[in-house]
Design a protein around this ligand. Structure first.
Ligand code: AMP
Length: 337
């Protein structure tokens, strides 16, 4: 089980952190993937664009290879059982604990004028999404690891308090060795939907935009030793400054081992030409992104198809949710006859 918020265009981080794993999981597991529109309300004040974003996320997921006949692909608000389970889990969630969650602190920093209770209880709603299907594997990027730990706390509290093992513990899942964190093009943290559009490669970017963003990415002539910026010591990744390490990490996603090795040895020898490396990266990204973009565009314009996908997905998700809610209510004791 996993979800993506419809707060903007999908980017490479969403693909490598989440969707790529969804596509592989659909072959072996019973899967529930949703567009997290209720989560989006915690940060969106203006909802005019929601419809377009929801359709885009659905279309882009399908364009990446997700098959709505193999999985339940649905919209969170179409499964009202989510809200009921969220209410039950709120009784097991401690305010002090939620206030300490780093993602909450980040959001308070980003939107100090809108610190709503939904923002605080975001991890509770996310736990409800997962536990609604009693899911065990949750394909997400590294940024979500802590939310999974919170969800496991609720599982254990629920099972202990109500004396029945209704829920299994969910774990973050990735087919690779570790959870993905796709860096941004400016070397300042992870790629994200909203922070810096020039530093983010979207699955909807056209070829020229991809080339332009990559050619403008800054590099530093790295010596392999930490770089001082504004009086502070900048983090060094694998012996490289961030704005070089990020390009290597991105190249690794779309290039061959040989090409990567060539630039790695040039870097070590101090003869690396960043212009050449960026060209290689840009062409790799164009080749990777353009077929997804074209497929997504066609799907996005097919409204009857998208409507059918949503309805079919909601029906599958609600069937699974109804069983879980009955188990949860029985365990809590909300059955009087
Ligand atoms: P969001 O866009 O925050 O709704 O996240 C949707 C999914 O994409 C979650 O599983 C995230 O962990 C994943 N994700 C978002 N940004 C990145 C990134 N830069 N690297 C890896 N995974 C990411």
């Amino acid at each position: 089980m996993s979800g993506i918020r419809p707060t903007g265009f999908l980017h490479l981080g969403n693909y490598f952190g989440a969707v790529r794993n969804y596509v592989r999981m659909q072959e072996t597991y019973t899967c529930y993937f949703m567009v997290a529109d209720l989560h989006a309300l915690t940060t969106l004040k203006e909802t005019k664009e929601l419809k377009g974003h929801v359709r885009r996320v659905l279309a882009e997921n399908i364009a990446c290879g997700l098959d709505p006949d193999k999985v339940a692909l649905y919209c969170q608000s179409h499964v009202p059982e989510t809200a009921e389970l969220y209410l039950f889990l709120n009784m097991l969630a401690y305010v002090g604990e939620l206030e300490k969650t780093p993602t909450f602190k980040d959001k308070v920093r980003l939107q100090p004028q809108n610190v709503n209770a939904g923002l605080l209880t975001y991890p509770v709603l996310q736990a409800a999404d997962i536990l609604l299907h009693r899911a065990t594997y949750v394909p997400v990027g590294k940024d979500q690891e802590q939310h999974l730990e919170i969800a496991r706390n609720y599982v254990n509290r629920f099972n202990q308090r109500y004396g029945e093992a209704v829920f299994p513990e969910p774990y973050a899942f990735n087919f690779g060795e570790e959870l993905a964190k796709v860096p941004s093009l400016d070397g300042a943290g992870k790629m994200s939907k909203s922070e810096n559009q020039m530093a983010t490669l979207y699955l909807a970017d056209d070829d020229e935009t991809i080339r332009k963003k990559i050619s403008k990415a800054k590099t530093e002539s790295g010596s392999g030793i930490s770089v001082k910026t504004n009086g502070g010591e900048r983090e060094v990744l694998g012996g490289k400054p961030e704005s070089v390490a990020n390009l290597f990490q991105l190249l690794k996603l779309v290039s061959t081992e040989d090409v990567l090795q060539k630039f790695e040895s040039d870097y070590q020898a101090g003869t690396i030409r960043y212009g050449d490396m960026k060209k290689e990266l840009a062409e790799g990204m164009v080749k990777f992104i353009s077929p997804i973009r074209e497929r997504a565009e066609a799907i996005r314009n097919d409204e009857p198809y998208l409507r059918k996908v949503m309805e079919q997905g909601a029906a599958k998700a609600r069937a699974s949710a109804a069983i879980t809610l009955q188990l949860a209510k029985d365990a809590i004791g909300l059955n009087y006859f």
